[in-house]
Ligand binder design. Structure first.
Ligand code: PRP
Ligand code: MN
Ligand code: MG
Length: 184
């Protein structure tokens, strides 16, 4: 089989840049949560890589839980419909919660998730996202820890998929239009 890099027109963010930025964000998080128990909530499936690398970069002790929501289905456009596919195992009441996401696109997923988790009575609730597309925003999201702002292009890799593929790319790249316009 050919290299999955062949379906990209461009690498946007290299693996080394991602790791360096996550290290900077981790120092910020450690300072902000000094002396506090921190619960990282990863949003499946896209946030798996960010969660794994961020959590290991942190020297701060954390617990991790996962929620599975989906808004995209297999298409390239956000439907705005958010479904819970798997809920948290953890009671959020009184906890310091940091949501970990791969990307803020329209913002609809996180807007819905913030409202949902806030209603569970956490002591604090913030967002950490590796990527954000400012030009795609449909709702304003208050993100406390942000990796990179990127152009409004269809990006894959480092957890981000197109029809469940490309998540295992080590870098973030722009998917070639021929892949999603004509299928394969
Ligand atoms: C993607 C991405 C974010 C969300 C961002 O998840 O991982 O969770 O969309 O889009 P939005 O800001 O427009 O809501 P997706 O629903 O594709 O599920 P996945 O993480 O399993 O790929
Ligand atoms: Mn996701
Ligand atoms: Mg997806």
């Amino acid at each position: 089989p050919r290299d999955i890099d062949g379906d990209l027109t461009e690498i946007l963010i290299e693996e080394t840049e991602i790791r360096a930025r996550l290290a900077e964000m981790s120092r910020q998080i450690e300072a902000d949560y000094a002396g506090k128990d921190l619960l990282l909530v990863g949003v499946l499936k896209g946030a798996v890589m960010v969660m794994a690398d961020l959590a290991r970069e942190l020297v701060h002790p954390v617990t991790m839980d996962w929620m599975a929501v989906s808004s995209y289905g297999s298409g390239t456009q956000s439907s705005g419909v958010v479904r819970i596919l798997k809920d948290l195992d953890t009671d959020l009441h009184g906890r310091h919660v940091l949501i970990v996401e791969d990307i803020i696109d329209s913002g609809l997923t996180l807007s819905w998730l913030m409202a949902n988790l806030k209603s569970r009575g956490p002591a604090s609730l913030e967002i950490c996202a590796l990527l954000r597309k400012p030009d795609a925003a449909r709702v304003e999201i208050d993100v406390k820890y942000l990796g990179f702002d990127i152009p409004n292009q269809f990006v894959v890799g480092y957890g981000l998929d197109y029809a469940e593929k490309y998540r295992n790319l080590r870098s973030v790249g722009v998917l070639a239009p021929h892949v999603y316009s004509t299928g394969e």
